[in-house]
Design a protein around this ligand. Structure first.
Ligand code: PHE
Length: 495
């Protein structure tokens, strides 16, 4: 029996988990959500959501992986045999996220390369939609391949592949950099942003609390969903990462550190984004609120413009900013790959890690091609909407139900408590058994209702069905197939 690979230390594990958690969700989703939902009021609820569901679920996933010493499928399969399919389901959904997450990383690669010369010029909108994406007029017009996106994708995949090719061993080396650099660069960018004229106006939009928004259910839904996505929960990642811990590694405080580190990246990003937007608005004599948006537009159209307007060191700031974006994205991306790869390695103990990683990377490139077409941005928007709103939510419910209800006794809780001086009690059980599944079920119902009332972003139904709903509907079948494929092989080896 081959020895399972383990993290060299608990802190490397924590860094890897922070690296996975801190990604685009912190930079392009969080600041915008905070602005939309009452500034500091939202931030407060987000902290609460981290405590009530984020940390308990992190403990669940890390604990499960660590206790079973297996990635998601076999970790869940050790609770009850049939549950292994749910593990494969988590990983299948994660792989779908990876397909499009890599496309965003490809844009980041393009921007990083362009940053040295500020190649976007004055028309940053056209640079993004035209030069990089070659965006077509609508989702019906797929057009051809956008070459900058395809070459960026291949480059990004090469980066990701070489980060995971030796499994835990190479990941450990990479995350020490990719998970720490964002903090350093963010600190530099904060100093730059906050000393700009007009920064205060921007930051106040982000931070001034509007307590009355606490009464708005949208704020609560946004905060609780953000915690889920941002902590990379429900796709088997934290289970795989936990499984690389030696069995006695401290869990509870590690989960707290991961949540704190991830929150810090969000908060720091908010200061940079809003400080810079405040400056940009002052320069252009327009209200800050006009420049504020989330998603790709913020990072790839508005921020480059803001950087161009800076009084000095523009290229340096551009390189730092997009370099940071790359380091934020890369460890989130390869955590998805590693969750998959670890599941395979559980089944083929003797197979070379590199081959497994290469195989998944090739599948990943193939799956990502869709997002390199001229309609790629539309496809990405649709895929993301469905996977986050349904895949992640359904998986979260299943995960809490099998650990909280279908697994008799408090085995996981006892295991986690054995590792830590901080003891969890009934409150953890309440979070796992009641709060999270109930909240997610409500969310699922609300999402479904909205879906039927207004088709997402007015996209044509065929696109929503084929790009959005169908992959989710097919995912259980893919999960079963993956299990079958890997089981048979194992039996053959044993014979
Ligand atoms: N947590 C990552 C982010 O905030 C996104 C992500 C989600 C990555 C799920 C992997 C899996 O960007």
């Amino acid at each position: 029996m081959l020895q399972r690979q383990h993290w060299p230390s608990r802190w490397v594990f924590i860094l890897a988990a922070i690296g996975s958690a801190a990604g685009l969700g912190n930079l392009w989703r969080f600041p915008f959500l905070a602005y939309e939902h009452g500034g500091a009021a939202f931030i407060l609820v987000l902290v609460l959501a981290n405590i009530v569901i984020g940390i308990p679920l992190l403990i669940l996933e890390i604990g499960l992986g660590q206790m079973m010493q297996r990635a998601a499928p076999d970790a869940m399969g050790k609770i009850r045999k049939g549950f292994r399919y749910l593990g494969w389901l988590a990983i299948t959904l994660g792989m779908m996220v990876l397909f499009y997450y890599m496309a965003v990383m490809s844009w980041s690669v393009n921007y990083f390369a362009s940053a040295f010369t500020l190649a976007w010029g004055d028309d940053t909108v056209n640079f993004f939609l035209g030069d990089i994406l070659n965006l077509s007029g609508g989702v019906n017009d797929i057009g051809g391949i956008s070459w900058p996106v395809l070459s960026g994708l291949l480059f990004a995949w090469a980066l990701v592949y070489f980060s995971v090719w030796k499994g835990v061993q190479s990941v450990s080396k990479v995350v020490v950099w990719t998970a720490t650099l964002p903090f350093v660069i963010l600190a530099i960018l904060i100093v730059r942003a906050l000393t700009l004229e007009g920064a205060g106006e921007g930051v106040s939009l982000f931070l001034v609390p509007n307590w009355s928004s606490l009464a708005n259910p949208d704020l609560w839904i946004a905060a609780f969903s953000q915690v889920f996505f941002s902590l990379s929960l429900a796709f088997g990642i934290m289970i795989a990462y936990g499984s690389f811990n030696p069995k006695q590694t401290e869990i509870t405080m590690s989960a707290v550190w991961v949540a704190v580190g991830n929150f810090l990246v969000s908060f720091m990003s908010g200061l940079v984004v809003f400080g810079t937007l405040g400056y940009m608005a002052t320069q252009q004599g327009v209200p800050v609120t006009e420049a504020v948006t989330g998603g790709p537009a913020l990072v790839f159209m508005i921020f480059p413009l803001a950087i161009s307007l800076l009084p000095a060191f523009n290229a340096l700031i551009a390189v730092l900013f997009f370099g940071m974006l790359l380091t934020l994205a890369i460890d989130s991306a390869f955590s998805l790959l590693e969750a998959f790869s670890a599941a395979f390695r559980d089944r083929y103990a003797a197979a070379p890690t590199k081959k497994i990683a290469l195989l998944i990377s090739l599948v990943g490139i193939a799956g990502g091609l869709l997002f390199t077409t001229h309609a790629g941005l539309y496809f990405l928007d649709i895929a993301d909407h469905f996977i986050v709103n349904y895949g992640l939510v359904i998986m979260g419910i299943l995960e809490t139900v099998i650990v909280g209800w279908a697994w008799k006794g408090n085995k996981l809780l006892e295991f986690v408590n054995k590792t830590s001086t901080v003891k969890l009690g009934v409150s953890w059980n309440i979070a796992i058994k009641y709060i999270t599944p109930i909240f997610l079920t409500i969310l699922l119902i609300i999402n479904l209702k909205n879906e039927f009332v207004t088709p997402y972003e007015g996209y044509p139904i065929w696109a929503l069905v084929y790009i959005g709903a169908l992959p989710i509907i097919l995912s259980p079948f893919i999960a079963v197939l993956l299990d079958r494929l890997t089981t048979r092989k194992q039996a053959a080896v044993e014979e």
